[in-house]
Design a protein around this ligand. Sequence first.
Ligand code: IMP
Ligand code: MG
Length: 368
Amino acid sequence: MITLNGLQFQEYISEATLLKAIDEVAAQINSDFKGKEPVFLVVLNGAYKFATELLSRFEGDCEIEFIKMSSYDGTSSTGQVQTHIPLEADLEEREVVIIEDIVDSGNTIEKITQMMVQSGVNKYRIASLFYKPEAYTKEYKIHYVGLEIPNDFIVGYGLDYNGLGRNLNAIYKLKTTKMTNLVLFGPPGAGKGTQASFLKEKYNLVHISTGDVFRYNIKNATELGTLAKSYIDKGQLVPDSVTIDMLSATVDETPDANGFIFDGFPRTTAQAEALDKLLTEKGTEVSAMIALEVDDEILVKRLLERGKTSGRKDDADETVIRNRIKVYYDETAILKGYYQKQDKYFGVDGVGEINEITTRLSSVIDKL
Ligand code: IMP
Ligand code: MG
């Protein structure tokens, strides 16, 4: 797996497969242009690598010319084809083979076809290493195709994602293995920590507890930790942007994770939106908000029990406990609405044996 401009790509077509496809295109061109002295017109930038391999297999004499065009921004077509280096060579009455990296919508091919007609060529042929039939909207024949591929965004072997990846010797595709990103909720005493640790093991997820992230950053006096502390010391709330930056840095530490369990975040709609934005930038999304549901009276009983043994002050006083539970429901209500609108809210019965509850949570996760 590789990361380009923050997006993850996995190998999709090996170099050996590409070279075999190029061998076949070269064989056809060698037979069609035997003794013809064609002009190969390479469409930069993407086709440079294909052209190098293809032309090293051409057996006759030929000329090589270049034009430079672009029609892509990021991972999608702009619909506009721009010419950066125009055609300079005189192609009148010549036999021309256009060398393209990939034919997608066909907009580029359309523009080049018009260029051929205007130049008064005797004959032209189009050779493209890749062709996406599902994306193609034109009628022009693509005479030589290395490989037909589905309508997925690819990089490598000349093709780029925002400028990067052209030098790769294989083809990579956006990583599609779906991540499981859970926002885990549960009132105090619901057993959220226990369940998070089981789910983390079972699904190979990274547990991100906002409390832990804060403590870690402050303790290690990271730039963000120091910034957060400056607000805390003044008795102010840490701005969402600081918290999000810390979470983002934590997410970046494990780019290969199957997903994350967010615990203690988001707390507000603004934070939920910020989390969505953060995950979108990383090519993924929140899969579900899962809330453990436990009756208030059971919680109060559990926490008072815990208070007796743990010595935690906030577990000893019933009024404090009830207030913590109330705060939880006030916060959760807003987020429940936010995720319900996206069909991502799941309430899970949190009363029972620990392994029973894990099974209930798993049956939700397995269907995501
Ligand atoms: P078209 O004009 O839509 O056919 O697109 C052709 C150009 O878009 C190619 O020459 C590439 O520069 C770019 N392109 C299309 N699909 C991809 C892709 O999957 N990865 C990288 N670039 C692409
Ligand atoms: Mg191109």
